[in-house]
Ligand binder design. Structure first.
Ligand SMILES: Nc1ncnc2c1ncn2[C@@H]1O[C@H](COP(=O)(O)OP(=O)(O)OP(=O)(O)O)[C@@H](O)[C@H]1O
Ligand SMILES: [Mg+2]
Length: 355
C-alpha cells in the first residue's frame, strides 16, 4: 500500500468506530497501478453505510494525481461472527481439486493435449494425485494420449461420475461420451454445462492437481471455466512461430476478459532434439514465447522440445514424461514452475463481492 493511499484512506472516517478507515481495520488491501486504485474494504454484517463510504473513497482517491478509476472490492463479514482485529482467512468453498489448471491455446494443433497428458504424467511422477478433464468436445484426444480408447462410457454412482484411470491419473473426457469419429454438434450452453458437470460432479477424490485440456478457438469452454470460479488459472501453450504467438495473445485476451488468471506461457516444439545424436535445431525459431511473456507481463513457464518420442509415445497411449530423458526432464521443470505460478496467483479467499 503506498503512503498516499494509506494517508487518504485513513483520512476517511469509519462511521461505526469514528476512527480512520485504516486504523479501524476496514481496509484489507490497497494498491495502485496504471491509473487504477484497487481497494479491498471489509464490510461488517448488516452495515448500511457502505454505499456512502464507497462514494467517499471514490471521490478521495480520484482526486489524487494519476488515479483515474477506483476498483472497490468488498469482503463481507458473516452475520453473528464476532469481529476480530485481524480476521483469519475463511475456509474456502469446496473445490474438486487442490489446484485446477486449464491448458489452452488460441490455435489448434500447438500441442495442448500432448502438454496436458505429459504434464499430468509429470505431476503423477512426482507423487501428486492428478486428474485430467478433457474439455475438447470437438476433438477429444486425451483418451488416445493416455491409452484409454476402450473406455466403454461413463458411469454415475451415488459418489458421482466415475472417472477412468490410466498411469495413476483420473480422467474424464468428452470422448467417453461419444463414439469415435462421430460428429458431435454441441451448442455453447451444452459445452458449458458438460464442463461444469464434469468438474463438479466427478468423483475426483481430491487430486492435488486437476488439468483441463481446453478445446481450441471457442469461447464457450473459456466461459464455463470462468464461471466455475474454482479454476486457479490458465496456462497458454504456443509454438515459437509468430502466427501461434498471435493466437496466444488472443487466447490470453479472452481469459483476461473473463477474469481467469493467466498462469503463464509455455513454448512447445521449442527446439528439435535429434533422437540419434541429441543435437538441438531451432526449426520453428526459439524463444518467441519467452520474450512475448515478458512483453505481456506474464510468467514464462518453460519450453518443451520437439521430439519424436513425444509423438510416438502419444500414439502408444503412454506419455513420454513417464520415461527418463530430455522430454521427461522438460516436463518435470514445467510442472515445477506451474506449481510455483499457482502459489503466486493464490490468495486467501474471503467472501468477495465485486462492485
Ligand atoms: N513437442 C512435441 N514434439 C513432437 N510432437 C509433438 C509435440 N507437441 C505436439 N506434438 C504432436 O503434434 C500433434 C498435435 O498435438 P496435440 O494434439 O497435442 O495438439 P492440440 O493443440 O491439442 O490440438 P487440437 O487443437 O486439435 O486439440 C500431435 O500429433 C502430437 O503428437
Ligand atoms: Mg487437443
Amino acid at each position: 500500500m503506498t503512503d498516499r493511499l494509506t494517508q487518504t484512506l485513513d483520512a476517511i472516517r469509519d462511521p461505526a468506530s469514528g476512527k480512520g478507515l485504516i486504523s479501524a481495520g476496514r481496509i484489507e488491501g490497497a494498491n495502485e497501478k496504471d491509473g487504477v486504485a484497487t481497494i479491498v474494504l471489509k464490510v461488517p454484517a448488516g452495515d448500511d453505510n457502505t454505499p456512502a463510504l464507497k462514494m467517499q473513497i471514490d471521490a478521495a482517491l480520484t482526486a489524487l494525481d494519476g488515479i483515474d478509476r477506483v476498483r472497490l472490492i468488498t469482503t463481507m463479514e458473516r452475520a453473528g461472527k464476532p469481529e476480530k482485529a485481524r480476521p483469519e482467512p475463511k475456509p474456502q468453498a469446496p473445490r474438486p481439486a487442490k489446484r485446477i489448471i486449464a491448458v489452452a491455446a488460441g490455435k489448434g494443433g500447438v500441442g495442448k493435449s500432448t502438454v496436458t497428458a505429459n504434464l499430468a504424467a509429470a505431476f503423477a511422477k512426482r507423487g501428486l494425485k492428478v486428474g485430467v478433464l478433457d474439455a475438447d468436445v470437438y476433438g477429444p484426444s486425451i483418451p488416445r494420449l493416455l491409452g484409454l480408447r476402450d473406455v466403454p462410457g461413463l458411469q454415475k454412482t451415488d459418489d458421482g461420475i466415475q472417472p477412468a484411470e490410466a498411469h495413476g491419473i483420473k480422467v474424464v473426457s468428452m470422448g467417453f461420451l461419444t463414439k469415435p469419429g462421430a460428429a458431435v454438434v454441441w451448442r455453447g450452453p451444452m459445452v458449458q454445462g458438460a464442463i461444469t458437470q464434469f468438474l463438479n460432479e466427478t468423483a475426483w477424490d481430491e487430486p492435488d492437481v486437476l488439468l483441463i485440456d481446453m478445446p481450441p478457438g471457442t469461447g464457450d469452454a473459456q466461459l464455463a471455466i470462468a464461471q466455475t470460479a474454482a479454476v486457479d488459472g490458465a496456462v497458454i501453450a504456443c509454438t515459437p512461430q509468430d502466427l501461434a504467438l498471435d493466437d496466444a495473445r488472443k487466447a490470453m485476451a479472452m481469459f483476461e476478459q473473463t477474469h481467469t488468471p493467466i498462469l503463464g506461457l509455455i513454448e512447445n516444439m521449442s527446439v528439435f532434439l535429434c533422437p540419434h545424436c541429441g543435437e538441438p535445431s531451432e526449426i520453428f525459431g526459439h524463444g518467441g514465447a519467452r520474450s512475448e511473456a515478458e512483453t505481456m507481463g506474464v510468467p514464462f513457464l518453460g519450453e518443451i522440445p520437439l521430439h519424436i518420442d513425444l509423438r510416438k509415445r502419444s500414439d502408444e497411449g503412454r506419455p513420454a514424461a513417464l520415461e527418463e530423458g530430455p522430454v521427461s526432464k522438460a516436463f518435470a521443470r514445467l510442472a515445477e514452475s506451474i506449481l510455483v505460478a499457482c502459489d503466486e496467483v493464490r490468495k486467501p479467499l474471503p467472501e468477495i463481492v465485486f462492485s
